[in-house]
Design a protein around this ligand. Structure first.
Ligand code: EPU
Length: 343
């Protein structure tokens, strides 16, 4: 069946931040072979999954491909591992819970991350000490440059902290069709992240089973992060800045309580939420664009926020953090439309 096409489509319900915006053309893709059969178009193209990491600052003058490709297959590799192949349009959280139910491990800490499976490699999703890069085997994608399907190994995807080639150098080149994860039949919980370890200890679950671990992660997320169905948001709004060890160490001399994590490459990641909260931003708002009450790294839309209000808020926070800590904050979600002053 050909892909359904809507003209002058309303996008506000397709992005969890819910700014008002429209697209010239919206194409709902439910099978890979619909790609080759799409009517040719010179319009700019954008792929959208669950919309939890894409914010429309303006109307989109081109075509949007809504990635709704489904499917789940499990391939046993050996006694210890299986490959899970999941369609890009599947819900990420449903995939996590499905894998736990089948005794496939490695995704427990990534429970309840909003969005679709196809978005996971784009920004190398991560939470509570685990990142997609820990389990990703490969990605199947449609390559617009070569007009064919390609397989990219995890290394080919060039994943780093909340980044990949899909988000940077090859932003418009690939449409992710499915991803393959290498999961383990043995459960080896990763409980090193401070707030997760504390939450487990409080519940006397120092050695949790997979369901207990995922449930604890979900409890933490519910407590700290707003449910996009109730309060529009796009998760963490800024990346945690990563600085060379010497710069970080000088900053930590001035702010010894600033939470930080060493990175594998020797640099140091700093908690932007702490920096923003310390400047008094929790609950701050410009019109309906605001900083979440329970977590300063999350920006929210209280209902009728406009792109101008959001941009003013972003730039205000960036300027305040720059003045106080001499640190540049980079937005985490993809902001579509006009450029930020700082970009
Ligand atoms: N903090 C504050 N005040 C705040 C917010 C945080 O002091 O208002 C402190 C916390 O107490 C903690 C530290 O900052 O000591 C880190 O906070 P948290 O554990 O909530 O994590 P985060 O660094 O703010 C990152 C990810 C989240 C992920 C959590 C847990 C990024 C940009 N965000 O947030 O991912 O869930 O760690 O692993 O790396 C997302 O990417 O959208 C996302 C939600």
């Amino acid at each position: 069946m050909a892909a359904a096409i809507t003209h002058d489509a309303d996008l506000s319900g397709l992005s969890t931040f819910k700014l008002p915006a429209r697209a010239r053309e919206l194409v709902e893709l439910t099978a890979p072979d619909q790609l080759a059969a799409l009517p040719a178009s010179e319009l700019p193209l954008l792929v959208l999954g669950g919309g939890s990491n894409t914010i429309f600052l303006d109307d989109w003058p081109g075509r949007i491909l809504l990635n709704r490709l489904t499917g789940l297959q499990i391939q046993r590799l050996d006694e210890e591992h299986s490959l899970v192949h999941a369609g890009a349009g599947e819900s990420w959280h449903r995939l996590v819970m499905n894998c736990i139910a089948r005794g496939l491990h490695g995704l427990e800490n990534l429970a309840m991350i909003p969005g679709s499976v196809g978005a996971a490699p784009i920004q190398n999703i991560g939470a509570y000490g685990v990142e997609l890069s820990d389990v990703l085997d490969s990605v199947r994608a449609w390559d617009w440059q070569q007009s064919r399907t390609v397989r990219l190994s995890a290394a080919d995807c060039r994943l780093s902290y909340r980044d990949s080639r899909f988000k940077s150098t090859d932003r418009d080149r690939f449409l992710i069709l499915s991803i393959s994860l290498r999961l383990s039949h043995c459960f080896a919980p990763n409980t090193g992240y401070d707030s997760l370890a504390d939450a487990l200890a409080k519940r006397h679950l120092e050695r949790p089973n997979p369901r207990q671990l995922a449930a604890t992660v979900m409890r933490l997320r519910r407590h700290r992060l707003p449910d996009p169905a109730r309060l529009a948001n796009a998760g963490s709004f800024f990346k945690n800045p990563v600085l060379p060890a010497e710069t970080a160490s000088a900053l930590l001399d001035d702010f010894p309580r600033l939470p930080h994590w060493p990175m594998p490459d020797g640099q140091v990641k700093l908690a932007a939420g702490w920096m923003i909260e310390r400047l008094g931003f929790r609950g701050y708002r410009i019109g309906d664009a605001g900083v979440y009450n329970n977590h300063a790294l999350v920006l929210v839309n209280h209902g009728q926020a406009t792109a101008d209000q959001l941009l003013e808020l972003i730039e205000h926070i960036q300027a305040a953090v720059g003045d106080e800590y001499d640190v540049e904050l980079e937005p985490e979600p993809m902001l579509i439309g006009r450029k930020l002053m700082s970009q």
